[in-house]
Design a protein around this ligand. Structure first.
Ligand code: SF4
Length: 408
């Protein structure tokens, strides 16, 4: 039977139980991707992918820079041909010359062994898909896969993967073994079915080859477009790694999540569910929108879970019949005035009946007091009552008086 994680410890001084609500991340090994470290207890890394063709050197450099400037820490590109792989050398040089070095990961697909070897020279990490790395066209008349046939392809994979592993190992670079539910190899489908187990076994086969060559700079992903499949695959991967004494960091993502509100909710449902269990070291939200739109979603997920704090945390009540001012309007005004103050928690509550009690541990509170008046709080302490039209100004003054204000 599964045991629930222990939520309380006892404070030795007061003998009172202490609730620990912080997420306990599962321990993984640190994997260096250029100047960024994934895993090993480092903050969860945010990544995204440019849409530019890497043959367009200037366009790609500009796109990588745009993403990096809004805090995308690793940028992915795709390299469908040898010419694209060679172009990465120039992209890297231009980035360093005109901006700064940015960790880049390149996606290599169907039978991409030669391409992978070329890109490994120029960038920090190569992503391979076990289902496509040695690609055998599915045979529609096949009814079984014998162990001998299974092993024969396994041997071919080993021979093909070895030079890449050695190259990455000797250069201190990284590899992502990126399994996709939608592109499992035919032999995995025959042996394990279209299941999370098939996804996990695909990754394990590649991991074992890497380990036999003493290469462990590996990050694993188990993406699927259906959230329950993705969640199950990552959980199973964690279990299998634990059973096999492996501790590779995990890259989380829901593929083909779509766009708009549902795309964001779907990505969050998958990524946050796992992060809350302590699973995951780097995340990518995949939206059918410009990649710049993915970064704020990543940071919101991490902030909401208390895993990274990159913006002000606003606590606001939903408003009800007791609300003494236009909550939506006031929250908007407070946010516009204070959103640059990273690290603060600010509450906007509609009334003093429940407001002060429910604004959690916010640093400052803006609470409806009587019609036309609001009260400002520092923590749980009421500081002063001010006319509503002076509320935002006085809140800023209070933060300034506490020395916690910085100009935008
Ligand atoms: S804090 Fe007051 S106004 Fe806001 S929802 Fe609760 S009772 Fe209603």
């Amino acid at each position: 039977m599964q045991t629930l994680p222990k939520l309380t410890t006892v404070d030795t001084a007061s003998s009172q139980p202490v609730f620990d609500t912080t997420i306990k991340r599962i321990k993984t090994r640190p994997v260096k991707v250029g100047n960024v470290t994934v895993g090993g207890g480092h903050p969860i890394v945010v990544q995204s992918m440019i849409n530019e063709d890497t043959l367009d050197i200037d366009g790609s450099v500009a796109a990588i820079r745009r993403l990096h400037e809004i805090n995308c820490e690793i940028v992915r590109v795709t390299v469908p041909s040898m010419a694209h792989a060679k172009a990465l050398a120039e992209i890297k040089q231009k980035l360093i010359k005109t901006y700064q070095d940015v960790p880049i990961v390149a996606d290599v697909h169907h039978n991409g062994m030669k391409i992978a070897l070329e890109v490994a020279k120029h960038i920090e990490k190569v992503r391979i898909n076990p289902g496509l790395y040695v690609f055998e066209k599915p045979n529609s008349s096949r009814t079984e896969y014998t162990q001998a046939e299974f092993d024969e392809i396994g041997e071919k994979i080993r021979e093909t993967l070895e030079p890449l592993v050695i190259s990455l190992r000797d250069q201190g670079k990284a590899m992502r073994i990126g399994v996709n539910h939608g592109s499992l190899a035919e032999r995995m489908l025959f042996t394990y079915g279209d299941t999370p187990e098939g996804m996990v076994q695909s990754a394990l086969e590649f991991i074992r080859i890497c380990e036999s060559l003493d290469f462990r700079n590996i990050v694993i992903s188990m993406k699927a477009s259906r959230v329950p499949v993705m969640v199950a695959a990552y959980r199973l991967m964690v279990q299998r790694m634990h059973e096999n004494g492996m501790d590779y960091p995990l890259h989380l993502g829901v593929t083909e999540a779509g766009d708009g509100e549902y795309g964001r909710i779907k990505s969050t449902a998958g990524i946050a569910t796992l992060l809350a269990d302590g699973i995951g070291d780097t995340i990518r939200v995949s939206l059918t929108e410009p990649p710049e739109k993915e970064i704020p979603v990543c940071y919101s997920i991490l902030q909401a879970l208390g895993l990274r704090k990159t913006m002000v945390e606003y606590v606001a009540c939903p408003s009800c019949g007791r609300t003494l001012f236009n909550l939506e309007e006031v929250l908007h005004k407070v946010r516009e005035a204070t959103k640059h103050l990273t690290g603060l928690d600010i509450a906007v509550m509609g009334c003093i009946v429940n407001g002060p009690g429910e604004m959690a541990d916010a640093d400052y509170g803006y609470v409806g007091k009587t019609p036309g008046y609001i009260s400002l709080y520092r923590g749980r302490e009421e500081i002063k009552k001010v006319p509503e039209d002076k509320g935002v100004e006085e809140l800023i003054n209070l933060i300034k008086a506490d020395g916690r204000w910085v100009d935008p």
